[in-house]
Design a protein around this ligand. Structure first.
Ligand code: FAD
Length: 542
């Protein structure tokens, strides 16, 4: 199979135009091209009057050597990579030992699925509820200001990404094409096929809910088991005569004990109580950098015009996105985070008395506003005091935001014009904020460290140079955005096990090894493979 890259066609081309375009491009006669598949489709919007789709295509040819011979030195023609996935291990018939996966987010779900496919019959422990029940609890915060600490945007089946934009791209290095395996499993579970080839795929929140249920049924059919409302509160670690610490079991809520010597720890970045329990149980943890800031909203039409010019609003291109970075004079990087075209800002708190924002959208991305986090990099020097100090830092600013919003889970909000002028907002303008259960106009500078306020004030006019209107006075900012990534790392070695606890496999975003749905899924595969290999090795030693 050969791969052809950089084949460009006008965005309004009919689907049947692709085949003749390939024939022309490679000087092929009709019968020479047996078949082709689209490996990737992006668009190039650098010239606003000439936006084009750019294709990567895998070609089945009657005679590859002859086509290569006719196109010598063509840098856009090469061998198509083998992206097929092969399991690295297989549990022998009657294998009794079962791995345990903590957390049913994208990482835990994918790890559980791969372990089930390999025949290991994993037990998946999830502190929250099944996704339909969880949806009701999440809506209760958005509609009635009622927060359920164990069932919300962060906790429950599907993990943090369930009520999201469902963006599925990532900048991770992926030489084994594990991202492709994640996407294929998502398609089997009901995601649209296009996620396999469009350059910035997304699913939207509704489909994610049914996909997560589908994945659960698949794992169960393969002999896996889910337990909901099963919060892990501590580890049972045995220390051998040589000082080696080994996993032996888990202490669950309600005093239950579960024997377990191979445990995937995929708890996400908001399981603060679990992080504290891990520290208490002596697991190696270290503080890591993350970011803090606000969410900003503009009319989507403004972003579309700036990014797509005369093609703004073209349904073939969809709602436009953006990615912005500014290096501020105080040494901080300010950047856009988790941009949601045509979406809404969501209440993403998981602890009473604390307020957090994030963003989501439906598949259609048809809401009036575009939103994104505008966040500032911070590092452990900003919150000295050990591995859990970043959590206290987050809590401090989340509490400030809760108070500034009026103590009801309404978010503090400010017009960009007022923020730049250093005065509190008393009312909002033409951009209607989408955050539910509502916003309180105020001064966001009270909810962020001074260095972050200064850096964002410097960045917004710079961003306006790239997206005209970005610093419009009536754009709305809501705060605070604190859960950009995990504030700590549960460090692991080359064997994917905790640096000081054999049998504990830290994984995903909470452990500091992923940032987003796709990378969490990829990490889930890597860790599941490591668990499978370790379990078979352990059996041979017995
Ligand atoms: P999580 O998804 O956080 O899952 C961890 C799970 O572990 C949770 O279900 C939790 O309940 C469970 N758990 C925690 N502690 C315990 C315990 N002690 N016992 C048992 N279970 C426990 N990323 C994208 O790539 N694209 C997006 O569009 C996107 N949008 C987002 C929108 C929102 C509103 C949010 C909050 C996040 C968004 N993200 C997005 C980020 C993405 O959701 C995360 O990166 C991803 O979910 C991390 O996966 P994970 O499996 O590592 O952790």
């Amino acid at each position: 199979m050969l791969r052809l890259t950089e084949l460009r066609l006008p965005i309004d081309h009919p689907p049947e135009a692709l085949r003749p375009a390939i024939l022309r491009r490679l000087r092929l006669r009709e019968g020479e091209l047996v078949d082709f598949t689209i490996a990737r489709r992006g668009y190039d919007a650098r010239k606003k009057n000439l936006i084009q789709f750019v294709y990567t295509l895998d070609l089945e040819l009657r005679d590859e050597a002859s086509v290569r011979g006719r196109n010598p030195g063509d840098r856009n023609l090469g061998t198509a990579p083998d992206t097929g996935y092969r399991h690295v291990a297989r549990a022998p018939e009657g294998f009794r030992n079962r791995p345990v996966v903590i957390g049913a987010g994208p990482c835990g779900l994918t790890a559980g699925l791969i372990l089930a496919q390999m025949g290991f019959r994993p037990i998946i422990l999830e502190r929250g509820k099944v996704v339909r029940e969880r949806t009701k609890d999440t809506w209760a915060l958005w509609r009635r200001s009622v927060l359920t600490p164990e069932s919300n945007v962060q906790f429950g089946e599907g993990g943090a990404g369930t009520f999201s934009d469902g963006k599925l791209w990532s900048g991770i290095k992926d030489p084994q094409h594990l991202g492709r395996k994640v996407m294929e499993e998502f398609v089997k579970a009901g995601a649209p096929e296009e996620i396999l080839y469009v350059s910035k795929p997304h699913i939207g929140t509704f489909r994610l809910v049914s996909m997560v249920e589908h994945m659960r049924r698949t794992v169960e059919k393969l002999g896996g088991e889910y337990r909901f409302g099963a919060r892990v509160e501590g580890l049972d670690v045995e220390t051998g005569a040589d000082g080696t610490r080994r996993m032996r079991g888990l202490h669950l809520a309600e005093g239950e004990y579960l024997a377990a010597d191979h445990v995937v720890l995929a708890i996400g970045h908001s399981a603060r109580d679990t992080f504290a329990a891990l520290e208490r149980d002596g697991v190696f943890l270290e503080a890591k950098p993350f970011s803090i800031g606000v969410r900003i909203e503009h009319p989507q039409s403004l972003i579309d015009r700036a990014r797509l010019g005369p093609h703004a609003g073209n349904p073939l291109l969809g709602a436009a996105d953006y990615k912005l970075v500014h290096h501020a004079t105080n040494g901080r990087a300010v950047y856009s985070f988790c941009m949601c075209p045509g979406g809404t800002v969501v209440a993403a708190a998981s602890e009473p008395g604390r307020l957090v924002t994030n963003g989501m959208s439906q598949y259609s991305r048809a809401e009036r506003n575009a939103n994104a986090g505008i966040v500032v990099s911070i590092s452990p020097e900003d919150y000295p005091g050990g591995p859990l100090a970043g959590i206290e830092f987050q809590r401090h600013w989340e509490e400030r935001a809760f108070v500034a919003g009026g103590g009801t889970y309404a978010a503090p909000a400010q017009r960009v014009g007022d923020f730049l002028a250093g005065r509190a907002s008393t009312e909002l303008g033409q951009v209607v904020p989408s955050y539910k259960p509502g916003v309180t106009p105020t001064d966001l500078a009270t909810c962020l460290p001074d260095f972050a306020v200064a850096a964002i004030r410097e960045a917004l006019p710079q961003f306006d140079r790239q997206i005209r209107g970005f610093a419009m006075a009536d754009a709305v900012m809501t705060g605070v955005e604190t859960r950009t990534s995990s504030p700590l790392r549960i460090t692991r070695g080359d064997d994917f096990q905790s640096l000081n606890t054999v049998g504990l496999f830290p994984a995903g975003e909470g452990a500091g090894y992923a940032g987003g749905i796709l990378s969490a899924g990829v990490d889930g595969i890597r860790v599941a493979e490591a668990v499978g290999i370790a379990m078979l090795g352990a059996q041979q030693l017995q």
